[in-house]
Design a binder for this molecule. Sequence first.
Ligand SMILES: O=C(O)c1ccccc1N[C@@H]1O[C@H](COP(=O)(O)O)[C@@H](O)[C@H]1O
Length: 233
Amino acid sequence: MKLKVCGMKYNPEEVAKLQPDYLGFIFWEPSTRYFDGRVPELPKSIKKVGVFVDASVEEVLEKVKEHQLDAVQLHGKESPAFCMELKNNFLSFRADSRKKKGDETKEVSTALNLTSLEIIKVFSIKDEFDFSILKAYETVCDYFLFDTKGKLPGGNGYTFDWSILKDYPSSKPYFLSGGIGLDSTEKLEDFLASPASQYCYAIDVNSRFETEPGLKNIEALKKFKELLIEDQL
Ligand SMILES: O=C(O)c1ccccc1N[C@@H]1O[C@H](COP(=O)(O)O)[C@@H](O)[C@H]1O
């Protein structure tokens, strides 16, 4: 099971030492975890994810280029057409960068490292969820992410009833998110042993592992990761 730690702001380097698979940076200004610094150099094994809420394709690609992001998490009402436009624009932007190889400008040489961009589309769940809306996104994104619907677009800190995923009609791998904390491990164990989790690809954690917004609790994360591995969650 993969692990994504989201909402990096104050201590991403320390979190990176725990070797999660994904580290998320929130590029939605109203968030208390809004990241306005420079994403640090990270080990290649850790994918850098930018989290966006209804940003434009241009804004997203600007951040992808600036921070060499490996993935984008679309946490708003982005349509399938938006996801497709983003993917196509990324591909042509990368092709342009390659054509310009040899050009010594910093901007171009930075862009040359970009190989692919994973698109993670978020869906927020309360008590019910109409799984038929996923169909239109099947071909235009790489992963789905299921979060809990709340006052904010994300980072609400509440879990939803994961058993709803027994009706998951797709085979696209998904991230399980929303309010997961150290106290969720028993529930997680049960969920991951159930058929509903067949396509669960990663566990995504955020606010329940913080001492303040954006400051991750390293000891708690370490414990959680150990439990994930030990229990082969
Ligand atoms: O955390 C935020 O502030 C945030 C703001 C806007 C969009 C997404 C945000 N966080 C994402 O929310 C989920 C669940 O977080 P939590 O475990 O409930 O705190 C996670 O994927 C974060 O990326």
